[in-house]
Design a protein around this ligand. Structure first.
Ligand SMILES: [Zn+2]
Length: 565
């Protein structure tokens, strides 16, 4: 008997290769971590996946995640691989964890706690006190040394870079020329080590430790332009940015023209500029792209729902009336919520306006003293009880140690608008925010949701186009070379799914994070197998490898094909 020449053969599936080309029946042959043939494959293989009736696609690429810290306790980046994701990009919105001086570790974790709604106890227990890196290159090496089930690429974040250079003053003031030069050196160092790009945020919703703005928000446009200039020097990389005052299309266009590098921004969501406000942005983006200006809005197939507790009321913190709350500790927050003056001011603020309806329409959850309120609309319960919905929300919270949860659908709620955004050629799919807001929401299931709801059920995208939006398009914009397509010579990242059942389940709460912290997860339906660099990591909805053994994921380094590195 001779040894089979193939490591893996995926037989008899419908190959959707990620380019948008029509599906075709065939086999995929894999050897040494790469695809070696597509079509009819007769050679024997050591392992075979029967893909009859299934789609065989490139593994999905999720370019907007926040697994930066989670990677250090969860080498699987759950739940992304459950949903067919084989490559993720971290460091989005500028919130990486490197470079970080030892003295700033707690500030970095407290920033993640606040801005990404992650449990501080879980972060502290999960990352530990001895971090195996300070610089960005050391961070990438630490990820590689620990190993990952899927591939991980990282953007270098403006916030840790600014904190590294300016210390606590990073949240407070403009940088000096010397400080900007030192930041520039850190960004350049990160890009040279393989960062996929540079990320920043000017969003007023990004509030960090002690209610202070995240460091990147204190930067001038000139500082951002200077740091983005590193991309031009490196000759690779993308700029990812969360929009805010003074950082939108005109600024992105100027940066794109100056650097020659693509800019991908978060996020173009239905309703964010009024009911039809997205249309002008789509037209402007298409016009720029026709002129060769690669400024690409990220869109999402899911409503932007945030779950929060009054102990950390981050969706409300952009309201001026909440500024004292942001600055207060737990006991201080309780005192403020009980204060009639604060309540009067909040009722006044929520008398009219867009936030009023969102607040009144919030769903109640996790109210231990009265579980019958679970899933009920705040406004309905307030009406039944003859109280103002503001007072009800605060009374429920105070009666429950500020633990009562509220789920607020903020944006992207109108289906026709979402369909228009998903189908528009100028957009790309992003903003899963996987790994962030772990106890409040979960959109890491966006790929299966896109394929189930928006491709199969609503027909907004063809199967081929839906797969392209999850694979070659994000890989190309983020410079992930050699992935996102099925073709001989490329990395063997493959997702096999059943097009008739693929989808995701409603969210459920689990307690599997460090220190017993909880999070919301969604299960996948119809994902038959997930292959990373030629190794089956998931099969039949289960992990196919031991969690503590070697794992096949690679660190994706910008400007390099790292398939078999
Ligand atoms: Zn983000």
């Amino acid at each position: 008997m001779t040894e089979p020449s193939l490591d893996l053969a995926i037989r008899d599936g419908m190959i959707v290769d990620g380019t948008g080309a029509p599906a075709r029946r065939g086999d995929v042959a894999i050897r040494d971590g790469r695809v070696v043939a597509l079509g009819e494959v007769r050679e024997p293989a050591r392992r075979t996946i029967d893909a009859a009736g299934a789609v065989v696609a490139p593994g999905f690429v999720d370019i907007h995640t926040h697994y930066d810290a989670q990677l250090f306790w969860d080498r699987w980046c759950t739940i992304s691989p459950w949903h067919g994701v084989t490559s993720v990009v971290i460091g989005n919105c500028g919130f990486g964890i490197a470079p970080t001086r030892a003295a700033h570790r707690d500030l970095v974790l407290r920033t993640l706690e606040s801005v990404e709604g992650m449990s501080l106890e879980a972060l502290r227990a999960g990352v530990g006190t001895e971090w195996p890196f300070e610089s960005f290159p050391e961070f990438l090496d630490a990820i590689a040394a620990r190993g990952t089930a899927i591939n991980v690429g990282a953007l270098v974040g403006h916030t840790p870079v600014r904190l590294h250079v300016m210390g606590e003053e990073a949240t407070e003031r403009e940088a000096t020329e010397d400080e900007i030069a030192r930041m520039r050196a850190l960004v350049a160092e990160a890009l040279a080590a393989g960062a996929l790009g540079f990320a920043t945020s000017k969003s007023p919703t990004h509030v960090g430790w002690a209610g202070r703005p995240v460091p990147s928000r204190a930067a001038t446009l000139a500082e951002i332009e200077t740091l983005a200039g590193c991309l031009a020097d490196a000759g690779h990389g993308v700029m990812q940015a969360t929009i805010g005052p003074g950082l939108f299309l005109a600024e992105f266009a100027a940066i794109q023209r100056a650097t020659g590098r693509p800019v991908s921004w978060t996020a173009l969501l239905g309703g964010m500029l009024g009911p039809d406000g997205h249309r002008g942005v789509l037209e402007e983006s298409a016009r720029m792209q026709r002129e060769g200006v690669r400024v690409i809005p990220q869109v999402s197939c899911r409503p932007l729902v945030v779950e929060f507790q009054m102990r950390a009321p981050f969706p409300l913190e952009s309201m001026s009336v909440f500024h004292p709350v942001s600055a207060a500790d737990f006991e201080g927050r309780k005192r403020i919520y009980a204060d009639p003056e604060f309540r009067g001011a909040l009722r006044e603020k929520l008398h009219t306006g867009v936030l009023t309806a969102r607040f009144r329409d919030m769903e109640i959850g996790g109210h231990t003293p009265d579980p019958s309120l679970d899933g009920r609309r705040l406004g309905d319960v307030a009406e039944e009880r003859g109280v103002h919905f503001v007072d009800l929300a605060l009374d429920l919270s105070l009666a429950n140690g500020l633990d009562t949860r509220f789920r607020m659908a903020i944006l992207n709620t109108d289906e026709a608008t979402v369909a228009e955004l998903l189908a528009h050629p100028a957009t790309m799919v992003g903003l899963s925010d996987a790994g962030a807001h772990a106890s409040q929401l979960c959109d890491a299931c966006a790929p299966t949701d896109l394929l189930g709801r928006w491709v199969r059920e609503k027909g907004v995208l063809t199967l081929e186009e839906g797969v392209r939006r999850l694979t070659s398009q994000p890989a190309d914009v983020f410079g992930i070379a050699g992935r996102g397509r099925l073709a001989p010579g490329l990395a063997a990242d493959v997702t096999v799914f059943d097009p008739d059942t693929v989808g995701c389940t409603p969210l459920r709460r689990v307690h599997d994070f460090p220190a017993g912290a909880d999070r919301l997860v969604s299960d996948a339906r119809g994902i038959r197998a997930v292959v990373v660099n030629g190794t089956i990591i998931r099969e039949g909805g289960r992990d196919a490898l031991a969690g503590d053994g070697p794992l096949p994921g690679r660190v994706l380094r910008g400007g390099q094909i790292s398939a078999a590195a």
